[in-house]
Design a protein around this ligand. Sequence first.
Ligand code: DHB
Length: 368
Amino acid sequence: LAQDNTFKIGLILPMTGQQATTGRQIEAAARLYMAQNGDTVAGKKIQLIVKDDTSLPDATRRLAQELVVNDKVNVLAGFGITPSALATAPIATQSKTPMVVMAAATSSITQASPYVVRTSFTLPQVSVALADWAPKNGIKKVVTLVSDYGPGIDAEKYFKERLIFNGGQVTEALRVPLRGPDFAPFLQKVRDAKPDALFVFVPSGAGAAVMKQFAERGLDKAGIKLIGTGDVTDDDQLNDMGDVAVGVVTSHHYSAAHPSALNKKFVEAFSKANKGLRPNFMAVGGYDGMRVIYEALKISKGQGGGDALLAGMKGQIFESPRGKMFIDAQTRDVVQDIYLRKVEKKDGQLYNVEFDVIKDVKDPGKAK
Ligand code: DHB
């Protein structure tokens, strides 16, 4: 077998189906990173192999297996939703292939394999900041509404624990199905319960439907505030959500409006390369994931071996378009600044405008 000089990255994403915006954002960001940084690293020619798992975990696992066995990829990457990441983790372990999780955000994913490295975020990491903000801003009684799977359950649990600690209460905890959810009956319940606020976690791509139903059911007129993790005011959809979104407060690790020079360059270049598309938090997870892979290849002096690459991924610190970012060598999870943001209209466009920051936040899910 001829030793060739390629370094293969198998990027598994939902390119079609309910989570397709995640795939579109991450693929575009990975290609932008390669266009900006070249496709030769430490003497190796980088080859990106993109596969569509349609966000079905059985497909993710099958594709990962084929990429490892047939294509002999050096790295697995992508993973749009938690079940896809969890289904693939045993393959990463068995084949000693680093698995860079660019999207999925349930706390426990990094514990499913010692070969997982995460460049997205975790739901506990972003939810706690909002539970600190809310009671100081007149929000004491909250109903939570989350997608009924890993990240939603993390968000519900960590938001609630911290809110209670701060003297608030969660009067009802509602869970909606991940696949094809109908938010209307749940929102009617919330309207009847009349809490100070509704806390929402839904995955990227579902926020616009929540916002529309929230307005149609008259929850805003009834004086109920909408708060949530930044997934609900996703930059991919935010601009089309209309005035109901204005004033919504969320906590998250990335906003396209983050006012750094590096982010301005990133947003401009991404938008230019993708017909005006605004990058969201998925894009930044993909962009930074490519950075982590490129640098690991350099640190390991072009060695494509899984253990050498993994060692090069651990402990990386760098400036991301989101702000400072750190891959904790112990947990292989991302440590980053978390921002409180409010949706504002500027020059006719809606943005998540950051108004406060909590520095260097580790995933609280790892402390237990
Ligand atoms: C997950 C998916 C999302 O689209 C998101 O915004 C957060 C978490 C997940 O499945 O882990």
